[in-house]
Design a protein around this ligand. Structure first.
Ligand code: FMN
Length: 164
């Protein structure tokens, strides 16, 4: 069985989606790892249990993870508790100006699951501040997308090499 990387994402205005897709493109360079993008609203506990490592990608809203991401964690938390301990994860956050609240929240959830953080949270800031800018479609810059790609590649390479 190839080792599997699950990239769970939610996005309202496209920023997080671009980040998740960039991470998936990086992970795809490691051909021996099966990496998969899953929308937070569609991913469930079976997907979590079937994967060997995780990338959680979410917008920050109201200093928290996005609502559908929270719904994903709420649906999966107890079905997966005690069954995924020690597996590697990293978080990617798309934020207007902050991102730390969402990063802390994912770290708390991952601590509960006893996952192992293998990278610092990756935060891309769009600098959207006005209501119009917040609601507008987002374009993540090449530097941030490159960081996401590297993170995906690193996760997949670590899984392939059995480091994680
Ligand atoms: C209701 C709402 C609340 C938000 N709260 C925050 C916040 O607390 N901190 C922050 O940095 N950005 C905040 N933002 C900005 C979003 O993080 C930003 O627009 C980001 O690009 C959303 O990601 P997405 O493009 O993947 O949907 C908020 C946006 C919305 C719509």
């Amino acid at each position: 069985m190839p080792r599997a990387l699950l990239i769970v994402w939610h996005s309202s205005t496209g920023g997080t989606r671009q980040m998740a897709e960039a991470a998936a493109a990086g992970a795809a360079r490691e051909r021996s790892v099966a990496s998969r993008l899953a929308r937070a609203g569609e991913a469930g506990a079976d997907d979590v249990l079937a994967a060997d490592g995780y990338l959680f990608a979410t917008p920050e809203t109201l200093a928290s993870i996005g609502g559908l991401m929270k719904d994903f964690f709420e649906r999966c938390y107890y079905p997966a508790l005690g069954k995924i301990e020690g597996r590697p994860y990293a978080a990617m956050i798309c934020a207007g100006s902050d991102g730390e609240g969402a990063a802390r929240q994912i770290a708390r959830i991952a601590t509960g699951w006893r996952l192992r953080a293998v990278a610092q949270p990756l935060i891309a800031r769009t600098h959207a501040l006005t209501p119009e800018a917040i609601l507008a479609p987002k374009t993540i810059g090449p530097d941030d997308l490159a960081r996401c790609e590297e993170l995906g590649e690193m996760m997949a390479a670590g899984l392939a090499a059995g480091i994680f």
